[in-house]
Ligand binder design. Sequence first.
Ligand code: NAI
Ligand SMILES: O=C(O)C1=N[C@H](C(=O)O)C[C@H](O)C1
Length: 240
Amino acid sequence: MAKIALLGYGKMGKTIAKLAEAAGDEVVLRIGADNAEELTPEALMAADVAIDFSLPAAAFGNISLCLDAGVAVVSGTTGWLSRFEEAVAHCREQGGAFFYASNFSVGVNLFFALNRHLARLMAEWPAYQPELTEIHHTQKLDAPSGTAISLAEDILAHHARFEGWGLTGDGLSPNQLPITAEREGDVKGTHEVRWASDVDAISIRHEAHTREGFARGALQAAHWLIGKKGVFGMSDMLGL
Ligand SMILES: NC(=O)C1=CN([C@@H]2O[C@H](COP(=O)(O)OP(=O)(O)OC[C@H]3O[C@@H](n4cnc5c(N)ncnc54)[C@H](O)[C@@H]3O)[C@@H](O)[C@H]2O)C=CC1
Ligand SMILES: O=C(O)C1=N[C@H](C(=O)O)C[C@H](O)C1
């Protein structure tokens, strides 16, 4: 049983609370936009671990506050990673514990492993060019998704042809790996990587059907992180 602080009590925070309480954990703090002032070091210290699924503008501050309070923190918030290295440095300075994943679902982490394998194969076959598509619900604030950025960065690490990634429609240069971001209804999260040649194409695709897959992974990470020190990700926990 763990005492959990939920920083962000929207779609993900509520899904995690339901799973955590069903498993016997205690949710000791629930923070949203309407009670953000209740997020104090004293309130955080009642928790064994904090889980942040908030907003791009709030994540870095929330994570820093947890590290300053000596509380282990798991974050899945996307759209704030320009400050990721700062958060890592802060964790190391404080001797704290920080776990980050752009996607906590086991299925997506298997998909990441497949994507890396395919990218390594394709490095030898320049006739095939990659493109990424992500589809999410219309409330999503950031584009491309954090998951699409992770997929793109894994391809860039194995494919010398590109110097970076960019969103289609933003005037891409030929050396940018194209990512298309679509917003539709309540789509939970669909990601596709397609390698096309003049004569055929190979695609791999992951579709999330509910938010429970993300929530299960985040809760597993929270339990796994308690008592550890350092900066971790899904590959540390799952060995993928
Ligand atoms: N890594 C992963 O596996 C996943 C990541 N996400 C990401 O998690 C984040 C949250 O997603 P959702 O729950 O769908 O969004 P949401 O919009 O439903 O919930 C966000 C919540 O944060 C609250 N909030 C606003 N200011 C805050 C502050 N200063 N401190 C704490 N909370 C604050 C809002 O009141 C809102 O309830 C997004 O960045 C999303 O991309 C979402 C699903 C899976
Ligand atoms: O905002 C979401 O909903 C999701 N965000 C994450 C992302 O940006 O990759 C993970 C998942 O796709 C759902």
